[in-house]
Design a protein around this ligand. Structure first.
Ligand SMILES: Cc1cc2nc3c(=O)[nH]c(=O)nc-3n(C[C@H](O)[C@H](O)[C@H](O)COP(=O)(O)OP(=O)(O)OC[C@H]3O[C@@H](n4cnc5c(N)ncnc54)[C@H](O)[C@@H]3O)c2cc1C
Length: 258
């Protein structure tokens, strides 16, 4: 497919969608700082837009389709796989600024969040109610929940608790055509129809742009302990891991360091 370059006419039309010009970045220095993630390679976008509302994203996606402009959602760009890089130029949608919603509903054991909320902040907010948000990618303190959902991220606690997809109950998404759709809901047993929520999780932004997520929380254990054991060789350490896992004990994390 041939993509269209964003000229001054198209830029003017973008200002019509996002009248706050501070949220449309075109300076070379800005574009450069959006040209990489934590993987290799560097690709400069033509324009960076910082949407704050779902309907703004919907309008931008429709505009991009109409004018054949590629579009890339981006959280904090800690991706190790190049997902947020604008390999064909076009628009980078910086969703890290869309972070106004971080609601904990303790009685329902759920959190409702905007895509730009930092993952560790969800866990911190849940802890105030004696709850926890288990997925803990090592980048938790710098990455967004939107990025985690798009990458189905998991961290050391996945051994006991699972990964991001295991804690998503519902999503609001802008589809590649610019429609706003909602999947799933606020309850665990939400089983009617196709499980579009799980299909969207891990789709790396290709199936839609996540604008709201409903996440499941669980009670936080009253206490936890960390043990360090030293081994003379790696084989014995590996065998010990298997023995622990088959003994009836399931630690939340288990790691061998050489
Ligand atoms: C030091 C370090 C440690 C890491 N540790 C882990 C780890 O333990 N486990 C792990 O799984 N990963 C890990 N990662 C990788 C990375 O942090 C995760 O993939 C994280 O989920 C990316 O989040 P982000 O906000 O930076 O998203 P980005 O890197 O900006 O984007 C990642 C992908 O998600 C898409 N995307 C972003 N937001 C949205 C949205 N709202 N809607 C749709 N698509 C969207 C982007 O297009 C891209 O494809 C680590 C990275 C670093 C640098």
């Amino acid at each position: 497919m041939t993509y269209r370059k964003i000229d001054s006419d198209l830029l003017e039309r973008l200002y019509g969608i996002i009248p706050d010009r501070n949220r449309i970045l075109t300076e070379d220095i800005d574009l450069l700082s959006y040209s990489f993630d934590a993987s290799f390679g560097s690709f400069k976008p033509e324009v960076v837009i910082q949407p704050l509302q779902t309907r703004e994203i919907s309008s931008i996606v429709k505009f991009a389709n109409e004018n054949k402009i590629p579009i890339y959602p981006r959280g904090q760009s800690t991706s190790l796989s190049g997902g947020p890089l604008p390999v064909k130029g076009g628009i980078v949608l910086d969703l890290s600024q869309m972070k106004s919603k971080l609601q904990i509903h303790p009685d329902d054991l759920i959190a409702i969040v905007s895509p730009g909320v930092i993952t560790a902040d969800i866990h911190k907010a849940a802890e105030e109610y004696g709850l926890m948000y288990p997925p803990d990618p090592s980048s938790s303190s710098i990455c967004t929940i939107g990025g985690n959902l798009a990458e189905n991220s998991g961290g050391p606690r996945c051994l006991k608790y699972g990964v991001t997809k295991d804690y998503v109950l519902g999503l609001e998404v802008v589809t590649p055509k610019g429609e706003i759709v909602r999947t799933g809901g606020k309850t665990m047993k939400n089983v009617t129809g196709y499980d579009l929520t799980k299909l969207l999780v891990g789709s790396e932004g290709t199936l839609g742009i996540i604008t709201v997520a409903i996440l499941q929380l669980i009670p936080k254990p009253k206490s936890d302990e960390t043990l360090l054991a030293a081994f003379a060789d790696i084989e014995t350490a590996g065998e010990t891991v298997s023995k622990i896992l088959t003994s009836g004990l399931l630690p939340s994390k288990l790691e061998i360091m050489d």
